[in-house]
Write a protein that binds this ligand. Structure first.
Ligand code: PHE
Length: 446
């Protein structure tokens, strides 16, 4: 299809693997378990699943259809539909959000390499999470290593770089997780953790449960900032957008739930504390008490690093493809510039876990990294998804979006009313309620 200069996915499988690679990341394995742990376990899981399938899936289809229609980065794809400059802002929001998320995501990604090396050198035993994350020079080195890896893959171009990598890495990731589930489920007390994760306690539901479930759904599915617009832009007109979206949503959710099956049985009950350190603190303790624990730890942190890399690649791809398509940059130059900006923006997050105490407690006990996560990883994605739904309904018009989906799925007419209902009513109204709640109560971080 036409645009050979930009490249296209070698196959539909290539797209599904790469888009799943974007979706599956620290969001599933690091963020999902600790947010589930902090929001009541089983009941959060149910609400999360509803958010994913009733809101996330339709929004995923919104992004893929805009992307394939525009065959461009988010800003360009929106400009192709309307000359109205105001709507381009949604695209810019995505470009900025990509860099914003990347700046702190790389900090956590750096921990995965740090823990990987510790396990590899049989020194996991001696790691103390709080001292490890407070050590600025080591943190800085791991951050830069991860940024460099990401830049290297993105600079390699779309099909060669991303596709080849995910084709090999995603199946390995899946197999490693199956091994870890078996390991974790055969530990003592695993039932207690399983109960916490699967049996809902409805007394734990509050408005916050919904805010976090919705935000987590967008974050985990890489929605609301144009990552899926960008990936969708490399799909061909023959591809079925509905089944592509479904596969990605399904795999992403499967991996998150699998991560739950690794982490909660290993904890053995409700986590006593559930914050950004959960996976690192709790699992380390369990690994060192386990037979062959160091080996399992090597596998686990390798897996986490792999999952994170396929996500950081997609976060960087958004601003990079914007600079290429709209500003005429070469790919290498675009990668270089965005990496430098990310590096500087990442410094305060990097220093916020003890290295520089004023950044550790910035607002209501939250550190700089948590605040970046809340602003970019939650609010910005939620607002972005909301605006993209409105954009399709009021600007592009539903019938045009429908025509786009019909190109590769002739039977879509039968189901399109469901999509229309979801993106014109369900998703925007749910998001609006959540946003109003945050604005009115100010209850957000936590
Ligand atoms: N979905 C990724 C994860 O779960 C994070 C991400 C968010 C990637 C937004 C791209 C865009 O780790």
């Amino acid at each position: 299809m036409a645009n050979t200069k930009r490249g296209e996915w070698g196959s539909k499988v290539g797209f599904i693997l790469a888009a799943s690679g974007s979706a599956i990341g620290l969001g599933n394995i690091w963020r999902f378990p600790y947010i589930t742990g902090a929001n009541g376990g089983g009941v959060f899981l149910i609400i999360y699943l509803l958010c994913v399938f009733l809101i996330g899936f339709p929004v995923m289809l919104v992004e893929l259809s805009i992307g394939r229609h525009g065959k461009k980065n988010p800003v360009g794809a929106i400009k192709k539909i309307t000359p109205n400059k105001t709507w381009s802002l949604v695209g810019y929001l995505g470009v900025i959000t990509g860099i914003g998320i990347l700046s702190y995501y790389l900090v956590v990604a750096g921990w995965t390499i740090g823990y990987f090396f510790k396990s590899l050198t049989y020194s996991l035993n001696s790691v103390k999470f709080s001292s490890f994350v407070a050590n600025a020079p080591t943190q800085g080195i791991f951050f830069i290593i991860f940024l460099a890896l990401t830049a290297f893959v993105v600079a390699g171009g779309i099909s060669e770089g991303i596709e080849k990598m995910t084709k090999i890495l995603m199946p390995i990731l899946f197999l490693l997780m199956v091994v870890l589930i078996v390991r974790s489920m055969t530990l003592e007390n695993s039932m207690g953790g399983l109960k916490f994760f699967l049996i809902p306690d409805f007394s734990k539901v509050s408005a916050k449960t919904f805010i976090y479930a919705l935000g987590q759904a967008f974050f985990s599915l890489s929605l609301g900032m144009g990552a899926m617009i960008t990936y969708g832009s490399y799909l061909s007109d023959e591809d079925n957008l509905v089944s592509s979206a479904f596969y990605v949503v399904f795999f992403d959710t499967l991996i998150a739930v699998m991560a739950g099956f690794i982490i909660f049985p290993a904890i053995g009950g409700a986590p006593s504390k559930s914050g950004p350190g959960l996976v690192f603190v709790v699992l380390k303790d369990i690994f060192i008490k386990m037979p062959l624990g160091e080996l399992v730890a090597v596998l686990f942190f390798a897996l986490l690093a792999i999952a994170a890399l396929t996500s950081t690649v997609s976060l960087l791809e958004v601003p990079v493809s914007y600079l290429i398509d709209e500003k005429g940059f070469s790919r290498k130059k675009a990668v270089f510039l965005t990496s430098i900006i990310t590096l500087f923006l990442g410094i305060p997050s990097l220093l916020s876990l003890g290295a520089f105490p004023p950044l550790t407690n910035v607002y209501k006990g939250k550190g700089f990294l948590d605040i970046m996560d809340f602003i970019f990883g939650n609010i910005s994605l939620t607002v972005g998804s909301f605006l993209l739904c409105l954009f399709v309904i009021y600007v592009w018009k539903f019938k045009n979006a429908e025509i786009e989906v019909l190109k590769g799925f002739k039977n879509f007419k039968k189901y399109s009313y469901l999509w229309k209902y979801a993106i014109s009513f369900l998703a925007p109204v749910a998001i609006l309620i959540v946003m109003l709640y945050i604005i009115i109560t100010g209850e957000s971080l936590g």
